[in-house]
Design a protein. Structure first.
Length: 249
């Protein structure tokens, strides 16, 4: 099944108001690549101004709370992201799982809350270096998907991102064969959970994607795009990845 490529940036805890200017060139590249979906998860402080500055660009959050509102100091909810003009959120990023002790059950609750609040979801999974060295990568990814995928998930609102923890921000990436193996496992796990609907769910690769390696990564079977951290912070580094996705079709 043909799935449109998605190139999503994750600015993490980076990006002041001056960085909003990067969105102008990113939006221009998105317009020049009509076959590719382009999204940027900015820090919560920038969602409103980013969405107002580039209304055609898919702006989103990096996390949401599992509740819609209430006494949760410092957190933001899906309805608040939506109200600010955001259209999607990342959930389950390994930095959230590690820094905030988020379990797959927590991630599942957040994905459900995001969908309930009208946001699309990029749900992240991925093994640590120790788990890969122990030969457990496929089992870990399969288990994380099984435990964090909401009932009724479908590709209209949910995208999966495979992000090996050891590849994030390190400049190291798995081989194309290793990426292909995990994506095939992820697709098979999805099929077991949601049947034929699995064909409609995009599976992104994330972890040290750059303009230099994007074409090779997009050529891997079952890779439907990328979740990009460091190389999404400037248009100069992010646009070549969008262009590589456009060439990959
Ligand atoms: P990176 O981050 O591209 O800087 O490795 C990817 C991510 O954490 O989403």
């Amino acid at each position: 099944m043909a799935r449109r490529k998605l190139v999503a940036g994750n600015w993490k805890m980076n990006g002041d108001r001056a960085a909003l200017a990067e969105l102008d060139a990113i939006a221009a590249a998105a317009r020049a690549a009509p076959g590719v979906d382009v999204a940027v998860a900015v820090p919560a402080t920038l969602i409103l101004s980013a969405a107002e500055r580039q209304p055609e660009l898919d702006i989103g959050a990096q996390d949401v709370h599992a509740a819609d509102k209430g006494a949760h100091t410092g957190d933001i909810s899906a309805p608040l992201v939506r109200d600010a003009g955001g259209h999607f959120t990342i959930v389950g990023h390994s930095e959230r799982r590690a820094d905030h002790g988020e379990t797959s059950a927590d991630v599942r609750a957040k994905a459900i809350a995001a969908h309930r609040g009208g946001l699309r979801v990029i749900l992240c999974v991925g093994e640590t270096g120790e788990e890969r060295d122990a030969g457990e990568a496929e089992a870990v990814v399969s288990r994380q998907i099984t435990e964090s995928l909401p009932d009724g998930a479908d590709g209209g609102w949910l995208t999966l991102a495979y992000e090996p923890v050891w590849a994030i921000g390190t400049g190291r990436t798995p081989t194309p064969d290793d990426i292909a193996a995990i994506h095939a496992t992820a697709r098979a796990t999805l099929r077991g959970l949601i049947g034929d609907g699995a064909d409609g769910v995009r599976i992104l690769y994330g972890g040290s994607v750059t303009g230099d390696n994007a074409a090779a990564i997009f050529a891997v079977p079952d890779v439907d795009g990328a979740l990009v951290g460091g190389a999404s912070l400037t248009a100069a580094k992010f646009v070549p990845i969008i262009e590589a996705a456009a060439r990959a079709g």
